[in-house]
Each structure stands twice: as C-alpha cells, then as structure tokens.
Unconditional design. Sequence first.
Length: 318
Amino acid sequence: MTDQTAVRADGLRPQRSLISLHDLTPEELQTLVRRSCAWYENRRPKERPLQDLVVGTLFGHTSTRTRTAFTSGAVRLGGTVIAFGPNDLQLATGESLSDTGRILGGMLDALVVRSSVGENDLRELAGTASIPVVNAMVREEHPTQGLTDIALLSHRFGSLRGLHLAYLGEGNNTAAALARGLALVPGAALTLATPAGYGLDPAVLVRAQQTAKEWGSKVVEVHRVDDIDGDVDVVYTTQWQTTGTSKSDPDWRTAFTPFTVDERLMARWPDAFFMHDLPARRGEEVTSGVLDGPRSLAWDQAQMKLASAMAVLEWCLT
C-alpha cells in the first residue's frame, strides 16, 4: 500500500488521501464499503464529523453525480464546500500544481479533484498541500466510482465471494477502478470484455491480476463478448466515449457495436443484474429497455454515489 497519510498542521488528526483503489488494503476497502452502505441507509445523519472543516472541489470536467455527491455529502456531514471551476484558479494561467497545493493546503482541509491531470500529479498535489486529496476522476482511474460500485454490490448481494461481474466496453478509468477494487475482494471475479485495441492499460491489468492472485480473486480480459466464460451475476457498461478523451480512429464505433448491452445479450444471463455508471447514451452502449428495466441497478448506483462520497470524506478527515 502507498502511504497517503498526511498530518494536520494542528496535529489533531491524521489524514488520508484517496488517489487509487490500488493504494488500499482489503481491510481499508471493506471499511469504506461498510461505511458507504451505512450512509446509504441513513443519508441524514445526526453526527457531524466534518464540523468546522472546509472541503474544496476542483472540477475541470463536467460532472453531475460525483460533484453533487461530494458537495452534498460534505454539507450533510457538517462541512463547508468551496467550489472551483476549470478557470477559477491560477492553474489556468500557468501556476504549478505544487505551488497551488501549498496555497490550498493552508486554507482548506481537503480537496476533491476531477481533472485531465494524472495520478502522479494528484500525488504531487497531496504532498505539497499536506491535506487529503480525493481523486474524483483522472485519466487513469475513477476510484470513487469503483468504491460506489463495490458498495452497491455488497449492499445488494451481501458477500461478494463467488460473484462474477462482466464489464463490456472501453478499458477506461472506470474499468481500471473496477479491476483494482475487485482484485481486493476475495472470491470475486471480473471479466473485462473490451474491443481489440481498447482494453485496459496493460500495466494496470497485470498489476490488478497480481493483486487478485494475492487475495484470491480473479481479473481477466477478453476481446469478444462470446468469450465471457461461465455464469454472470452482473453486466456492467459505461459510455463508450470517456469524459475528457477522444479516439483517433473515426470509425471506432464499428469496433464497439458488438459490445452493446441489449435485451438479447441480457437474455444470455436471465438472472443477471445490470449496472451503468451514467451518463448513458441510450441506443449506443445500452438500450433503454435494459437501462430502465427491472434488472437495472443504475439508478441505485447513482444514489450510492452520495453515500460513498460521505464515506470517503469521513475516512479521509477523521
């Protein structure tokens, strides 16, 4: 595990960043999952663990669920939120991340970031700011989405031992979060079915598979839907065009079309549930009949986003 613990200037409490699910131990992940499930059951808590604390939210890309979840979650836990858009800070005029971190660290208690920067940049920011930094999505990983998904699965199924999740689509930052997160769940299995050339970053895949071997889970990648092996408990997909990215091949949709989640595909596993991190492009990666159907958990996922944001803020700041 990478040590992401910082010490408050006032010495009152340790603080932890959440940059990647790979930084967590299985026990830490389960702590966050349990707290997410608890907040899901009680979203109007009496306790105020963030009382007198100030959380900054820096969103360089559009966001509905994640931004609202962290803003609402911080307020529900007693905190105050300062929101920054992509052009609000001097980062937009060339000030360095390290200098920005030093300034924000003296004025905020935590910072939630969605940006086109990478994981290493967030680690630099956390190091210079000496406050918790939460990765609300960068190009490599969307860890709070992965936590949300695992928490919802735990809430729905209880034990995840023996659960098989099939992910269809691009090996994007959500796929990376699922691979890194489910690798830490003993007995869970993840199959990533991605178009050839659009799979998970090989280094991320190998590392997730090594983690899975260590903890008794399974992560595999295939490039045809027909190659998904065995029964499936959950079918998962995301938008084919990841936020803040583009594809060089103008005909890329041809490669993705066989990975559409429609009623015919879901009939292959009649007892499987469906998940989507939203937003969805109906008729592209998923049909409306599946997204709005009785087996869809997508709308529960969206609500779990708030609960997981509350769990992350609580874990980072208390």
